[in-house]
Design a protein around this ligand. Structure first.
Ligand code: PRX
Length: 656
């Protein structure tokens, strides 16, 4: 890690915006001045300029009861109306909203008029199913237009969606359904992934089967099923209904009603430092203001001419903010792709860029690094000249990947924006502004206008340029999380207790300020891993492992990985009876598969090491730092606080 940091800090390449780009850029340097002069007034202006309010707000921020904020609280809006109807009413109904590409090569173009009509019908179906404002709806769908329509329809009736990534297991789905008390699940029979149909409905059936006495059965009344994969599914009469029966039969008339700006919009579960995922709660007005604003200025979106492609799945926050909400509120045309980047050939993404003449591409460093590995010959076969801006999100981007992205994908000219934010922040917080900022490969650089951040030491004091510390947000922001679903105490403890005196939001990330005061992100400082830009908790995987009957004890660490940023590495003590009956390789393979089944394939460990002991302090705490040394093939660090100092040499020998 430290050599990585030195390497980053020695990065001296600079890229000034071209005059051409700057002339046509949405962002201007003046934004910083306006926001600095009156931060709340600046956000109020954005909210008024970018959104339609059914009832205008007179209040901006209420921070009288920190950390519980309200923004624009006496205003009313309808999020779906902002993303749909108003574009149709403005005469843009024929503009394409979604350029959808299925993995097998089928495609659909959905205009704003068509999407609006579809969402109105779905909203009527939801109402018929008894969904009203405040009800929770779980969405477990592949990347198909219906996924976007489902989210917007839930928003339209003032209900709350909880999108669960289609790669999560039935168990993960069940715990999310239970925690939110969802009344309805919207799913598909299956979706295409890696060349075959990956079933979804069976996981929903399993999640609702009420194993272990789960509460799911009691709250879920209906399951609305899109036919996509064509795979056989079981059917529960009275509970399950087909989208293709219900939606076309519903009325296309539906008037969007205004809801208070603080009406909850969605819950999105993300891993924390404990075994239980947190349901991050976002509300409507502030969230939509900041996602719409950032999508315009950071992605330099010109909705009339651009073709925007954010490659994230709607199951993650990036898919919420920069597939479903920001781009649609801006009236953009965007690509939606169902499958994996390498199906049926490694150039699939670049073929899509060429086919739809994509102008703005927003993706994750892990994807860029896997393309680097495959080699430049693949993208070189396609015409990528339509691209004029590239974005990165989800994890630190190393300067090599940044340079490759710019050179090979961006034709040596496109600006790159490295955007730092989190599920909790709702929208981009730190990023260069294209056309304004001189960029530095590997740095997220500057807080956006209207956003206040700092890098501080353990006591909350500013570290000063040239130093490292903890990243904090020092002032409330419109898209900030409003809480953790059902757990206000955990909300306060996790994010606000550490710097309670100062009232800072603690992000959980380490960062450094360079000599210009620009921010370089250094990764998580807690027990959260970042694998391919997805957050995973070490504890969650450990509890999955000890849930297997063969396992006595387990410790999980995130080890740096060339492609995925970090990889899950597990050290497992197996019960004696299993050890004698199975080979370590066999056990390791079984346990990798087990975690995949329990949580989802993204959580499957890269390596499982069967060991005899784990390094513990005298008080019994596992020293993950030492295991990380082993997993990364380094000399093991200071072992003096271990109860048994010999244990690391035993483990190192077992791992080799
Ligand atoms: O560690 C940071 C990293 O991803 C975490 C947030 O993960 P999640 O809530 O899943 O949201 C990912 C997409 C917004 C952060 O705490 N992270 C995100 N973006 C960057 C980043 N690390 C460095 N540079 C980034 N641009």
């Amino acid at each position: 890690m430290s050599s990585q940091i030195d390497h980053l800090l020695n990065e001296t390449r600079r890229f000034a915006p071209s005059a051409d780009f700057a002339d046509n850029a949405v962002a201007t340097a003046e934004l910083y001045e306006r926001a600095a002069a009156d931060r709340e007034g600046f956000w109020a202006d954005q909210a008024r300029d970018l959104l339609h309010w059914h009832k205008p707000f007179t209040q901006v921020l209420d921070w009288s009861n920190p950390p519980f904020a309200t923004w624009f609280a006496d205003g009313e809006l309808n999020v779906a109306y902002n993303c749909l109807d108003r574009h149709v009413e403005a005469g843009n109904g024929d503009r394409v909203a979604l350029l959808w590409e299925g993995e097998p090569g089928d495609s659909r173009r959905v205009t704003y008029a068509e999407l609006t009509e579809e969402v109105k019908r779905v909203a009527n179906v939801l109402t018929d199913l008894g969904i009203t404002a405040g009800d929770r709806v779980a969405i477990y769908l592949p990347m198909i237009p219906e996924a976007v329509a489902a989210m917007l329809a839930v928003a339209r009736v003032g209900a709350i969606h909880s999108v669960v990534f289609g790669g999560f297991s039935a168990d993960s789905l069940r715990s999310r359904i239970d925690d939110a008390g969802a009344k309805l699940v919207i799913t598909a029979d299956g979706g295409y992934r890696k060349g075959k149909v990956s079933p979804l409905k069976p996981a929903v059936d399993l999640a609702l089967a009420g194993r272990n006495g789960g509460a799911a059965q009691e709250t879920v009344e209906h399951v609305l099923v899109v036919r996509r994969g064509g795979n056989d599914v079981e059917w529960t009469e009275g509970r399950d209904l087909w989208w293709h029966d219900a939606v076309p039969a519903a009325s296309p008339e539906h008037e969007a009603q205004g809801f208070p700006a603080e009406n909850p919009l969605f819950i999105l579960y993300t891993s924390g430092t404990t075994g239980k995922p947190k349901g991050i709660l976002h509300t409507s007005g502030g969230y939509l203001t900041q996602t719409t604003f950032t999508n315009r200025v950071v992605h330099d979106l010109h909705p009339e001419t651009d073709v925007f492609w954010c490659t994230a799945d709607i199951g993650w926050v990036t898919g919420h903010s920069y597939v479903a909400y920001g781009p649609l509120a801006n009236g953009a045309t965007q690509v939606l792709y169902e499958g994996t980047p390498d199906m049926p050939h490694p150039g699939r993404w670049w073929e899509i860029v060429e086919k739809y003449a994509v102008t703005i591409l927003y993706t994750a460093p892990t994807a860029i690094r896997s393309f680097m590995k495959i080699g430049r010959e693949v993208p070189k076969k396609f015409d990528l000249s339509s691209l004029r801006l590239l974005g990165s999100v989800g994890e630190p981007i190393n300067p090599e990947a940044w340079m490759w992205y710019r050179k090979i994908i961006g034709g040596k000219t496109t600006p790159i924006v490295d955007t730092w934010w989190q599920t909790e922040t709702g929208a981009i917080m730190i990023s260069a502004l294209p056309g304004v900022t001189e960029t530095k490969p590997g740095a997220a650089q500057v807080a956006l206008p209207g956003i206040s951040i700092d890098v501080v030491d353990e006591d909350g004091a500013h570290v000063g340029n040239g130093n490292g510390g903890l990243l904090v947000v020092t002032e409330p922001w419109p898209a900030m999380l409003r809480g953790i679903w059902g757990d206000p105490d955990r909300f306060v403890e996790t994010y606000w207790d550490k710097f309670r005196t100062q009232g800072y939001y603690f992000a959980g990330d380490g960062a450094r300020l360079d000599d210009d005061g620009d921010v370089w992100l250094m990764g998580r400082v807690d027990d959260v891993m970042n694998v391919s830009g997805h957050r995973l908790s070490t504890t969650e995987i450990e509890s999955a492992l000890v849930g297997n009957e063969a396992v006595a004890e387990a410790a999980v660490v995130g080890a740096s990985d060339e492609t995925t940023g970090q990889a899950v590495v597990a050290f497992v003590i197996v019960k004696q009876s299993y050890l004698s009956a199975h080979s370590p390789e066999g056990l390791a393979g079984t346990l990798r598969g087990w975690v995949g089944e329990q949580i989802g394939p993204i959580a499957r460990p890269r390596d499982v090491y069967i060991v005899g002991e784990l390094p513990k302090t005298r008080s019994g705490k596992i020293m993950r730092r030492l295991l990380r040394d082993v997993a990364e093939g380094r000399e093991v660090g200071d072992t003096t606080t271990l109860a048994d100092t010999a244990v690391m040499s035993v483990i190192s020998a077992q791992v080799r």
